[in-house]
Design a protein around this ligand. Structure first.
Ligand code: GLP
Length: 274
């Protein structure tokens, strides 16, 4: 796991965008795993800008979103499908046939989850999975006690998640209690994972996910066992990390990150293109 700590949220978003952009330019038919949440809005804004101004071409890309609320149709403005259309799909030219989310309004949710997994397989698997982290420690909607072997399925949302996302529904009491989510096992099969965490309200859970033991109570901790996972965070989100000097050391000395580093700043002060 690579932990990259950058001075600001803007820097963290910029690096995340750059990695996604490079992936799409290198392999125009890439399969991307996408996430929702406030943190990702800036990422999508930058990707749309890269599409409109720098010709970043999404026409051959296929995407799979992590999750969707049960009981909302994709037309519902509070659905993640609507979020994706608003923040990325419409402006980047990704139509419904290539921008797939689980359908939380499907009559048979088990069949829907199975079909979603099958579609990922048929697309050749996910090349790059973008992830946020919930304050409950969730990735996607894999809430505490989710099995590391879990697949796409229906889940119960944790009270902490209702609190965190309630404002989108006019209060936690109006939020769906159930969701469909890719499983941790599904996420772990992605060729590469990119977790973006910004802001001080993520610092405690990020420290547990990265430095705590791998345990079902903190679903994001499963990523410690992923063979190619990069965590990108800003200083406030990194505040709870005990080994940050070590992560900076690795980042400064790993040739794979050389072109992403600051050339003039002292070690540990983050990156900008050199
Ligand atoms: C939702 C999504 C998660 C995401 C989380 C982070 O709960 N289901 O996949 O990680 O939001 O949210 P935010 O970026 O708003 O903190």
């Amino acid at each position: 796991m690579d932990i990259i700590i950058l001075p600001s949220a803007d820097d963290a978003v910029a690096l995340t965008v750059r990695i996604i952009e490079e992936q799409v330019r290198r392999r125009p038919e890439s399969v991307l795993g996408l996430a929702t949440g406030a943190t990702m809005e800036d990422v999508y804004r930058s990707l749309v800008r890269a599409h409109l101004e720098d010709g970043l071409d999404f026409s051959q890309v296929t995407t799979f979103n992590l999750d969707e609320y049960v009981g909302l149709t994709h037309e519902d403005p509070r659905s993640y499908a609507a979020y994706m259309r608003r923040n990325l799909f419409d402006a980047a030219g990704i139509d419904e046939s290539r921008g797939r989310l689980p359908d939380g309004a499907a009559a048979d949710l088990t069949a829907e989850c199975r079909a979603f997994e099958e579609a990922i397989r048929a697309a050749g698997g996910i090349d790059l999975q973008l992830l946020g982290i919930g304050r409950s420690g969730h990735i996607g909607f894999n809430e505490p006690m989710a099995s590391p072997a879990s697949r796409t399925r229906r889940v119960v949302l944790a009270p902490e998640t209702l609190k965190q996302n309630g404002s989108y529904f006019g209060g936690a009491e109006h939020m769906p209690r159930l969701a469909l989510t890719m499983g941790i096992g599904t996420i772990m099969e992605s060729r590469r994972c990119l977790l973006l965490a910004t802001g001080k309200e993520k610092s405690a859970v990020l420290a547990e996910a990265v430095e705590g033991p791998v345990r079902a109570m903190i679903p994001a901790s499963a990523l410690q066992a992923h063979p190619a996972c990069t965590v990108i965070c800003d200083e406030p989100a990194a505040a709870g990390l005990r080994q940050r000097a070590y992560y900076d050391w690795l980042f400064q000395h790993d040739p794979a990150w050389a072109r992403f580093r600051l050339t003039t700043a002292p070690p540990g002060s983050g990156c900008r293109e050199g």
